[in-house]
Design a protein around this ligand. Structure first.
Ligand code: NAD
Ligand code: UDP
Length: 312
């Protein structure tokens, strides 16, 4: 296949490119480098089956015939999408439309990277795909939440009105090598702080929960979903739920740091709990995560060390 990946220079996008190339496909990667980095693609060197186009997907583009479109372009960390609020809303609307138009034009299959943020601060736990969520449509996180919810609505509309063969992956917190050390996400912050011997910042009292999925598991989930004909949303995430304080304990163990924990104010609308129900993914394509948090953090250790060393 010839595959288009938007957001290819990002954390997940670059790993998806690697996985698609390893399967023998040709890949066109598009990215405007707003939160991604060419460093994530550097290892591809002169790889003849990979082509990179630096482009803002909010501007229409024609990559030529493609068989599959994976639409991952969007800032994804709270710090990133709050800095780029308007850009985030635009990429989830205009950018997703342009990506869907490419799929429509070339009769390509389409997968939209959606998010657990569609559930907002969920009152149902764990989150099943049928849950409509509990989202503040005007709060500081709304630039991301509503962008992604609009992307989902648009994707379903292109499926219903134009017959585009679409999929919606609701991805939960993922981590691993190539997660930008300064993007403000909890794993990036805690790993970087621990390795530098700085205080570990916990927002609120640290009792809020997240369920962390190692990048290879997330990518396997996206590829599994890409091969089904399921058009309704499917959760892709790990079902092991940690409080943020427990997460900090695992980071301390893995890094061997003697850093102290310090408490900082909880950001507005920060979800209290997050855990996916993944029975749908299991049933549809036999998928489930294989890597637990401690193992995944150990697998990420060298990357964070190198990333810190490169900037001192
Ligand atoms: P990331 O910021 O590392 O990657 C996103 C990429 O999109 C970046 O390289 C960025 O430069 C690019 N981009 C942004 N706006 C663009 C535009 N207008 N045109 C072209 N490229 C643009 O983030 P990530 O963690 O790799 O997330 C990838 C996708 O997965 C995002 O859509 C995100 O919403 C989704 N997602 C990620 C997670 C996670 O935990 N990592 C969880 C849920 C959903
Ligand atoms: N968090 C924290 N310390 C940090 C960064 C984040 O305690 O240095 C918390 C944040 O308030 C949230 C959780 O960790 O409750 C996950 O935050 P992240 O930004 O990784 O992603 P989110 O799931 O909120 O989108």
């Amino acid at each position: 296949m010839r595959v288009l990946v938007t957001g290819a220079a990002g954390f997940l996008g670059s790993h998806l490119v690697d996985a698609l190339l390893a399967e023998g496909h040709s890949v066109v990667g598009v990215d405007n480098l707003s939160t991604g980095s060419m460093q994530n693609l550097q290892h591809l060197g002169q790889e003849s089956h990979f082509e990179f186009v630096q482009h803002d997907i909010c501007e229409a583009m024609d990559p030529g015939p493609v068989d599959y479109v994976f639409n991952l372009a969007s800032p994804a960390s709270p710090v990133g999408y709050m800095r780029l609020g308007i850009e985030t809303l635009m990429v989830g609307s205009v950018g997703t439309r342009n990506s869907l138009e490419i799929a429509r034009k070339y009769k390509a299959k389409f997968l939209q990277a959606s998010t657990s943020e569609c559930y907002g601060d969920p009152v149902e736990h764990p989150q099943v795909e049928e849950y409509w969520g509990h989202v503040n449509p005007i709060g500081p996180r709304s630039v991301y939440d509503e962008s992604k919810r609009f992307s989902e609505a648009l994707t379903m509309a292109y499926h219903r009105y134009y017959g585009v063969n679409t999929r919606l992956a609701r991805i939960f917190n993922s981590y691993g090598p190539r997660l930008h050390k300064d993007d403000g996400r909890v794993i990036s912050n805690l790993m970087t702080q621990a390795l530098k011997g700085e205080d570990l910042t916990i927002y609120g009292d640290g009792s809020q929960t997240r369920s962390f999925c190692y990048v290879s598991d997330t990518i396997a989930g996206l590829l599994g979903l890409s091969r089904t004909d399921e058009h309704l949303p499917v959760n892709v995430g790990n079902t092991s739920e940690f409080t943020i304080l427990e997460c900090a304990d695992v980071v301390k163990r893995v890094t061997g740091t003697s850093s102290r924990i310090v408490f900082r104010p909880l950001p507005q609308d920060d979800p209290i709990q997050r855990m996916p129900d993944i029975s749908k993914a299991k049933r549809l394509f036999g998928w489930g995560p294989k890597i637990d948090l401690e193992t995944g953090l150990r697998l990420s250790l060298d990357y964070f060390k190198a990333s810190i060393a490169a900037t001192v």
